[in-house]
Design a protein around this ligand. Sequence first.
Ligand SMILES: Cc1ncc(COP(=O)(O)O)c(C=O)c1O
Length: 395
Amino acid sequence: MNQTNRNKPFGFATAAIHCGEEPNYNTCGNVVAPIHLSTTFARKQVDKPTGGYDYSRTINPTRKALETKLAALEGARYALAFGSGFAAVSMALFATLKAGDHLIALNDVYCGTKRVIDGVLQRRFGVDVSYVDQTRLEAVEEAVTPRSRMVWIEGLSNPLLNMVDIKALADLAHRHGMLLGVDNTFMSPYFLRPLELGADIVVHSSTKYMSGHSDVISGAVMCNDDEIRKELAFCQNAIGAVLSPWDSYMLMRGLKTLAVRMERHQSNAMTIARFLENHPRIKRVIYPGLESHPQHELIKRQCSGFGGMITFELTDNGNKRAACDFVESLNHIALAESLGGVESLIEIPSLMTNIGSSPEDCDTLGINDLMVRLSVGIEDVNDLIDDLSQALERC
Ligand SMILES: Cc1ncc(COP(=O)(O)O)c(C=O)c1O
């Protein structure tokens, strides 16, 4: 199973199961990486940490096994695991930006990421930021200044599910001496691998699809460049927002089924998107797999699938609470924030995950109180459709 002895790299599903977890034949031949809870590691000589391990904030065998798996899945040379998706986003930004730098972020960036950018980077650390509609490359080009250092996008944006031409944007960024960072949470590396398209840094809220079971808050950053990796490792150790050994194990466990889960998320989502598209109470459906999605052709070219997220808007029947009535009438689909778990989760972005966005920002982007975001789980699709149907009838 040793990847380094093979002349052909593993396929995605094989890597998800085996990378980082080769059996240790010197001990017991375990097929699952052990959970090393030890916070410190004994050595025989002052200047020789045993196996390179000294202290678990800096390096831990279980986290290292996870980081090997994460790197293999994203097609990266390096991966670093953090205590949450926002720790990962923050570390990626802290490791690459300094006071006086200019950041160009997408205009519908997840409002929590905007909170880090505006509230920490801009307000406290003097990094300038411009928010730009990055589906228009000319708008990015116009925003570039001599101090621009990084472009930040989401593989698929939250909650509007927009996608940018990553290869074209990476070329543009590099032409101007900028880095391209991509939050790939919504697509997962199973469907989208931004580093292979020219991005410099990829981050994940691995709380979502990567772990897949709504039971571990975690984040990851992947890159290929030695210097970026060095800065990230410095921040990981210096700031200390690391993932615990237990959570590293939980995330590894979830990752082993990422390929099969993503296939099922996608097939369920496609069936539900078609059902919603034809329902009289639905005004519009945003799903990357529908021909009506504005970047459908790009997504077909750039990704190996369409994912499991659907955003849709109810028709305005005069009831301003129609979306609330609808989500509160569901029997099985949980009304909850988050996404990417095996169970379907539904929410109203303007009233829940995006509550921190100003009403003006929501208006400009077209996020309103009739808009619903559905993270399609891997249940039997007919049960999901029955539940959506009865709730649509009732609202
Ligand atoms: C796109 C995206 N990035 C980052 C995060 C933050 O992740 P976490 O909740 O793991 O800190 C989220 C959370 O919803 C997200 O949707």
